[in-house]
Write a protein that binds this ligand. Sequence first.
Ligand code: 2OP
Length: 223
Amino acid sequence: MKAFVFDAYGTLFDVFSVTSLCEDLFPGYGKQLSNLWRKKQLEYSWLRSLMSRYRDFWGVTEDALVYSAKSLNLDITASERAQLMDSYLHLATFPDVKPGLEELKKIGMRLAILSNGEPEMLRAATESADLTNFIDAIFSVDSVKEFKPSPRVYDQLPSGLKINKQEIGFVSANNWDVSGASSAGFATFWIQRSGFETPEELGHPPTHCVNAITDLCRFISPE
Ligand code: 2OP
């Protein structure tokens, strides 16, 4: 294994760090709004792939926010919408992210991101979270105009990193994303932070399950 490639939203960045702003803007609805927003964001990405109607993830995320607010009967102003969208550029990272990436970098691993995110939003979130020094490359679905779990998305990794598929480990906390990467032939690491998530019934299980990014270095044998 020469490189670890990480999913972004839900794996490095905590998409539910928007919940407190949702609650400030819509008291009593913070949790519901942030949960529905994430659920619809993913649904729209899958639906758009099936419809062959790609729209970048920033647009998909905004559409999902508008739908979610409407469906909860929340009157969202243009400025509230902009504030919530802006929070996507400054998401918090999970506590294991920085120490885990630091350890992997120290032992010489190449580290990259492969995400549904559109390149500019990924760059902004990476910079805001102070991860730029750890990440060697950022790959986005935007280059293939189809969302995960299309195999075309994962297949850009070997040529992008200029290494063999067998030398790449794909890391995600999103179990369906792990299934997609496993199905595309990559070694996969499912980050199960809560430890009790149900594996997908999609027939392509993770190669390894770990509790945190800090557990990944034990899979690398010293040279
Ligand atoms: C990502 O591609 C799946 O949202 C997740 O970053």
